[in-house]
Design a protein around this ligand. Structure first.
Ligand code: OGA
Ligand code: MN
Length: 287
């Protein structure tokens, strides 16, 4: 009999993503967590619906994957939740005086990988949906093992073994981070340099690791060639056949492997409310 027999893993039918049914994330046996971890490595993004999690319960679930990484700087320059600095709020809501209560606002967040501008980007992120707009704000993911495995030969030859610049200046919503200025030459953008192709430390599989398009740059190619190559790489990596889109419901928990997936978010009506709480897991230097 399989361990934790009440748990079901239902693949999305797309290139990645699976829903896990029959679990309460506040009371997981070691066997149940092992099923969840295996599904996460098999499907890259996992969805668990109808979860009523307090912040300490979200933090405790996150810690089962590994040590938590404190969030990057919020756009207000301090943690959103004084009692839980490990939790990042993702929201368009504002307090009475107009101070944002969360990151990313209501606009589109373009295709990206979280915090790849760091030397050791986070390995996984966990989002828990508290409030969801009636329309819009869907989140899409794209499988970067698949993107690597299907790369045209000439593109592969161009990038294998090369490093890329991961600019820190802008977030995925196009907002400039505090303390940064406009980048004149992407080769000199502030942020980490990582291999364009990385090997996943757990699965041992290779995947594309592109970060985000803006101010991206492949070192060792001339700027013009780097731009043209990146345009082709991004068109390939973000194609619909590698992707799965999640339409949120309140109580949803999503866990994604930030090493081998890209994600993006649709914009939504600024007059509607969206609020998520998020924790993230420490990662390793991409290699
Ligand atoms: C993030 C992010 C997507 C969303 O938290 O890193 O990109 O659906 N959020 O809000
Ligand atoms: Mn993100």
């Amino acid at each position: 009999m399989p361990a934790a027999p009440s748990i079901e893993v239902l693949p999305s039918g797309k290139a990645l993503g699976a829903e896990i049914k029959g679990v309460d994330l506040t009371r997981l046996s070691p066997d149940a967590f092992e099923r969840i971890r295996q599904a996460y490595h098999d499907h890259l993004v996992i969805l668990i619906r109808d979860q009523d999690l307090s912040d300490p319960e979200l933090i405790a679930f996150g810690k089962r994957f590994g040590e938590l990484e404190p969030p990057g700087m919020s756009i207000i320059g301090k943690p959103y939740l004084d009692d839980y600095p490990d939790v990042l709020v993702i929201s368009n809501l504002k307090s009475g005086d107009g101070t944002p209560l969360g990151n990313l606002g209501d606009g589109e967040a373009i295709w990206h990988t979280d915090m790849s501008y760091r030397e050791t980007p986070v390995s996984a992120a966990i989002l828990h949906a508290w409030e969801i707009p009636p329309r819009g704000g869907d989140t899409s993911f794209a499988n970067q093992y698949r993107a690597y495995d299907t790369l045209p030969h000439d593109l592969h030859a161009k990038i294998e073994g090369r490093l890329m610049v991961h600019d820190e200046t802008y977030n995925s919503a196009g907002q400039m981070r505090k303390g940064f200025e406009e980048v004149a030459d992407p080769r000199e953008a502030p942020g980490a340099r990582h291999p364009v192709v990385r090997t996943h430390p757990v699965t041992g599989r290779k995947c594309l690791y592109l970060g985000r398009r803006r101010n991206g740059c492949i070192l060792g190619l001339c700027l013009e060639d780097s731009e043209a190559t990146l345009d082709r790489l991004w068109a390939h990596a973000s194609q619909p056949s590698f992707a799965w889109t999640h339409r949120w419901r309140e109580g949803d928990v999503l866990v994604w492997d930030n090493r081998c997936v890209l994600h993006r978010r649709d914009g939504f009506d600024p007059a509607s409310r969206r609020m998520m709480h998020r924790v993230q897991i420490k990662g390793e230097r991409p290699a």
